[in-house]
Design a protein around this ligand. Structure first.
Ligand code: HAM
Length: 425
């Protein structure tokens, strides 16, 4: 035997035992997004590296150290998407969808970041990414947060709370940046290597440092919310008032700066205390500058992304995930002639029971083995094609989950009869 091939660290298989929660989440999210008027789009997993450099920002962790970037055989630098917003905006621009349009879009799928894997943090992970392009807000900011709040209710997830902040306009941030740089330079001796580098590029990111040695310095730093421009301050007050009016609780966290550079004004994060250090389950904000930065006409936009693995982990902690429906029928075939007849009977049963599970016994086995498989499958009824019965033009139907004996039925009537049994059960 050849040595087995190992999976890539931080990239997980989702096995049948776990898939129910993923499918349930998908069902609920799709339904909610339709209710709020969002349309699904699908964009490529690979884009030009330049898209993320320009969109997410040169001095972010993602672009600096986490991207899966490679040169393809044509010599182009390509990157596996670390997030979906830049790709959706690129798609909106390159398909000519802008022109003053108001677009409510969502997409989903795998994202790739070369982070240090740990519980809740993976190198391939999945997001639902929801993007409203062409809306200046604050109404849409409020509605997006209401959508996410409704999602937790729909999923039965209680251990999440909302943090919000405003990053102001680019200009206000530039003014704040000067104040912050002054403060950080005055304490340069305390800065770690990462922070020193960021001081010249994106000093706001210094506030995001998780280094314990930096925390006192960060706690004493000037706060962005106190340097907001008047319009952003009004916008933020309106977002807060909107959330208050809807009864959605939140805390204003002035240190919430987010890990991507494209944000302006509203940013928010749903966090949980149920998953250890990887506490953000849904995060986003307004990115009014991103469309022009990627070559489109100036267009305001706002969105968020839901971390699927983290939400699935919360679901696993007790929220009710509906079980997959049991198959209706397990078809048992004893003897060669019966096995030859089984595929046609299975298809006829599937015609009579649209959408219901009809499992044909595969790989033979004696009747006892087949009955055991039927039982394990959870099927409501076993249909038994036996050699002798087949000669008489009949088959047996046996309820597996309720009292009641086996009955015989002419083959031509069998699909309709079984369908009636299933309906009654
Ligand atoms: P983000 O905060 O980088 O934002 O990611 C959004 C969510 O994805 C996080 O809250 C978290 O639940 C999940 N996530 C991120 N990294 C990982 C990881 N390594 N493993 C598992 N889950 C992870 C964005 O990606 C923005 N594009 C969100 C957005 C959309 N902003 C506006 N529109």
């Amino acid at each position: 035997m050849s040595p087995s091939i190992q999976p890539i660290r931080g990239m997980n298989d989702v096995l049948p035992a776990e898939i129910g929660a993923w499918q349930h989440l998908d069902h609920v999210v799709r339904g909610l997004l339709a209710v709020y008027g969002y349309d699904e789009v699908r964009v490529p997993i690979v884009e030009h590296t330049e898209l993320y450099r320009r969109g997410i920002g040169e001095f972010t962790d993602i672009v600096e150290k986490e991207m899966y970037t490679f040169t393809d055989s044509g010599g182009d630098s390509l990157t596996l998407r670390p997030e979906a917003t830049a790709g959706v905006v690129r798609a909106v621009i390159s398909n000519g969808l802008l022109r003053g349009a108001r677009l409510k879009l969502w997409t989903q799928g795998p994202m790739f970041r070369h982070e240090r894997p740990q519980k809740g943090r993976y190198r391939q992970f999945h997001q639902y990414s929801v993007e409203a392009v062409g809306f200046p807000g604050p109404d849409v900011d409020i509605e997006l947060i209401a959508l996410s709040a409704r999602l937790w209710r729909a999923l039965g997830i209680g251990r999440v709370r909302l943090e919000i902040n405003s990053l102001g306009t680019t200009e206000a941030r530039a003014r704040y940046r000067e104040v912050l740089v002054g403060y950080l330079q005055a304490h340069e001796a305390v800065l770690d290597a990462d922070s020193r580098r960021r001081l010249g590029g994106n000093p706001l990111r210094v506030l995001d440092s998780k280094n314990p040695a930096m925390q006192a310095l960060i706690a004493g730093a000037p706060v962005l919310t106190e340097h907001l421009d008047a319009e952003s301050a009004t916008h933020f007050a309106q977002v807060r008032a909107g959330l208050d009016a809807l009864g959605i609780g939140y805390t204003v966290n002035p240190r919430l700066v987010r890990g991507l550079d494209y944000y302006s004004r509203t940013v928010f994060e749903w966090v949980t205390d149920a998953l250890g250090s990887q506490d953000a389950v849904c995060s986003g904000g307004r990115y009014d500058g991103l469309v022009p930065q990627l070559g489109g006409e100036p267009t305001p936009a706002v969105g968020f992304a839901l971390g699927v693995e983290r939400v699935v982990a919360l679901l696993a902690q007790g929220a009710a995930v509906p079980a997959a429906p049991a198959p209706a029928v397990y078809l048992i075939a004893a003897g060669e002639a019966a096995q030859r007849a089984a595929p046609r009977m299975a298809e006829a049963l599937r015609d009579a029971l649209p959408g219901r599970g009809v499992i044909q016994n595969l790989g033979g086995g004696n009747i006892g083995t087949q009955f055991r498989r039927a039982d394990r499958s959870g099927a409501l009824f076993a249909v038994v094609l036996g050699e002798a019965e087949l000669e008489r033009g009949v088959a047996a139907v046996k309820p597996l989950r309720s009292e009641g004996g086996q009955s015989e039925c002419p083959l031509e009537e069998l699909p309709a009869r079984v369908a009636a049994f299933v309906q009654e059960s």
